[in-house]
Write a protein that binds this ligand. Structure first.
Ligand SMILES: [Ca+2]
Length: 287
């Protein structure tokens, strides 16, 4: 009994809690809390910043400025357009009206023309080497021409529909109305790669006329009068060009924006549409 009483009596002199904490004054304690809070904020802030850096950025939205306006044949149901060697090359559609033509930019005058047979509906075109390749809509036939004389050199068959056509210097790149671009071997027209095009995770359907520009593909979207700038590595849309106000006086639902051409030497971007009376040289502006 005596021992126990002694032990109890000694308790206040041997506290179990460290004296430094138990007896820290209030200002020291406050400083510790502030330090802890600041450290936590810095830690989570750094994690948040890192996460933000890793997030995919949304596409840039571009406006435009009209630099020049040129005449365009209002009877041309434009399905393919390129700028090549000082002239425009244009493919027009519709059964019985489809053509391949060489057009003087300034006057809109057709200086050379090849008419397709009435059963063919002309679509996208591209120049590759000494040849022009022209797609047809539902005929599943690509026609190959001598790029100077427009003499037909041969034909290839492909699956599905043919819409837009361009090339990256190695492969032809083709659209078919879906969100997928096909990369085509120009020697035998075999498909070497398919690229699904998305914008913020959503498929971008109705990719139509195409133009390869500095490693990206520009594609106008049917019935939207917008152009998507597409990364050829990922298929992601990196930018949208809004051209809805460019030519609002359309005569019917089908007379939509369809035709992108690029003069690489002089960095000029041209656009027109189906049966549009004008072809525009535009400069992109940031919004
Ligand atoms: Ca084009």
């Amino acid at each position: 009994m005596t021992r126990i009483r002694r032990k109890r009596a000694s308790l206040p002199h041997h506290p179990k809690v460290a004296p430094s904490v138990k007896h820290a004054n209030p200002s020291t304690r406050r400083r510790r809390w502030v330090l802890l809070l600041v450290s936590a904020l810095a830690f989570f802030g750094a994690i948040g910043g890192f996460w933000w850096l890793l997030q995919p950025r949304g596409p840039q939205v571009f406006g435009y400025r009209v630099v020049n306006t040129f005449p365009h044949d209002p009877r041309a149901f434009t399905q393919g357009l390129i700028y090549y060697d000082g002239f425009l090359l244009e493919s027009t559609g519709k059964y019985g009206e489809s053509t391949l033509r060489r057009v003087e930019l300034e006057s809109g005058r057709v200086v050379q023309k090849h008419s397709l047979s009435e059963d063919l509906f002309g679509e996208g075109i591209t120049v590759f080497g000494d040849r022009i390749y022209q797609l047809t809509w539902q005929n599943q036939v690509a026609i190959v021409y001598d790029k100077q004389t427009f003499e037909e050199l041969g034909r290839f068959r492909y699956e599905g529909e043919g819409w837009g056509l361009t090339n990256d210097g190695t492969h032809l790149i083709m659209s078919d109305g879906s969100a997928t671009l096909r990369f085509i071997d120009p020697q035998d027209f075999s498909v070497v790669r398919r690229l699904l095009v998305r914008s913020l995770g959503r498929r971008v359907d109705r990719l139509n006329e195409l133009q390869h520009i500095h490693g990206q593909v520009f594609a106008n979207i049917l019935y939207q009068d917008r152009i998507a700038r597409i990364s050829l590595d990922t298929g992601e849309v990196t930018g949208w060009i809004d051209l809805r106000t460019l030519w609002p006086a359309r005569r019917d639902r089908e007379s939509v924006l369809n035709g992108i051409a690029y003069d690489e030497q002089n960095d000029r971007l041209f656009v027109t549409g189906k049966n549009w009376p004008r072809l525009y040289e535009i400069r992109l502006t940031r919004r």
